[in-house]
Design a protein around this ligand. Structure first.
Ligand SMILES: *[C@@H]1O[C@H](CO)[C@@H](O)[C@H](O)[C@H]1NC(C)=O
Ligand SMILES: *[C@@H]1O[C@H](CO)[C@@H](O)[C@H](O)[C@H]1NC(C)=O
Ligand SMILES: *[C@@H]1O[C@H](CO)[C@@H](O)[C@H](O)[C@H]1NC(C)=O
Length: 300
């Protein structure tokens, strides 16, 4: 009896060991089933809350006196998961000289050193009326910066064409297509050779394909509310939001917290590149006092 008893007790012991093991597994499964989905759900819900992610678009018409670009650098380094498209404008374009002044040549390479930054050079086109050789000369000047300065970081990765038209004109379309081809072929604007058009409002859809991105809104908050209400941004022909940029200025100071969050969510729905400022004069000449909050919500 002692043998079998031992045997039995051994089996009982084994059995209870096994059942404890099974119980532990079961408890673990219950915990996983209970906890994991709620974590997954909250993170997805958080993302869904703010809609699709967009890049921060910065018309950086701030003169780079020492420290003047620090508020931008601060958010760029604080948010490595947010991409920034930064338009620089040394002198209504690259300026008359082969290189911009020493403040620009010191500050631009600091920006381009960040992986989440794409710097673009400002060039105006006067709605397709500016002499095309003058436009090309501006583009070439930007493209020559890295070689002329012997500094590969003193560079832009594409061109922001300001004052492009809304109304269709076949000659202007040819003019703009020619400039896009010029940007895409030239050396010194790599690796992106990115082209942005700024008609400031939704243009004739035949223009959209000639740019990588188009500013379909550049106006005040109240105007944005009207156009949003009139559904002007839903179904812009021949485009999707990845090709669109929106700039909303003159946001009232009362639009903060939850309301600012709602506005940013709405604009992100429209465009892949977004700039929002509470400044109502010289919108691009400084960073408003809600700058950090704006970028924080773009990161959410
Ligand atoms: C940011 O840029 C990286 C590298 O180009 C890209 O993989 C990523 O999808 C971009 N994210 C957004 C939100 O645009
Ligand atoms: C840089 O900016 C400062 C402040 O505006 C100015 O005093 C200085 O002359 C500028 N330097 C150059 C090289 O332009
Ligand atoms: C830079 O540009 C100036 C003015 O066009 C020119 O004289 C100079 O040779 C250029 N330097 C280089 C290294 O390309």
């Amino acid at each position: 009896m002692s043998g079998p008893e031992k045997h039995v007790s051994k089996r009982a012991c084994l059995k209870s060991k096994r059942s404890r093991f099974i119980l532990a597994i079961a408890v673990l499964i219950v915990i996983i089933v209970a906890v994991v989905p709620s974590v997954v759900v909250t993170t997805t819900r958080k993302k869904d809350n703010m809609g699709p992610k967009s890049k921060v678009f910065v018309p950086l018409y701030v003169y780079p006196a020492p420290k003047a670009w620090a508020p931008l650098e601060k958010v760029i380094s604080a948010h490595p998961n947010v991409n920034f498209t930064v338009v620089i404008n040394p002198g209504n374009g690259p300026g008359p000289d082969s290189l911009p002044d020493g403040n620009y040549t010191r500050e631009i390479p600091k920006l381009t050193a960040y992986e989440n930054v794409r710097v673009l050079g400002y060039v105006y086109t006067s709605y397709g009326k500016r002499d095309v050789s003058a436009v090309r000369k501006d583009i070439q000047t930007y493209a020559d910066w890295p070689t002329n300065s012997s500094n590969p970081n003193l560079a832009v990765r594409g061109i922001f064409f300001d004052e492009t038209p809304q109304q269709y004109d076949p000659q202007v379309l040819t003019y703009l297509q020619g400039l896009t081809d010029f940007v895409k072929d030239i050396e010194g604007l790599g690796p992106d050779q990115f082209v942005v058009h700024n008609p400031g409002a939704v243009p004739d859809s035949r223009y959209l394909a000639t740019a990588d991105s188009t500013v379909v809104f550049e106006a005040a908050y109240t105007t944005f509310q009207e156009r949003q209400g009139a559904q002007l941004f839903t179904n812009i022909a021949n485009s999707d939001r990845t090709q669109l940029c929106a700039i909303v200025h003159s946001v009232p100071d009362t639009v903060e917290g939850k309301e600012l969050r709602g506005l940013i969510k709405d604009v992100r729905q429209v465009a892949d590149e977004v700039y929002i400022t509470h400044l109502s004069t010289d919108y691009y000449a400084s960073f408003g006092d809600k700058w950090d909050e704006f970028v924080g919500l773009m990161a959410a």
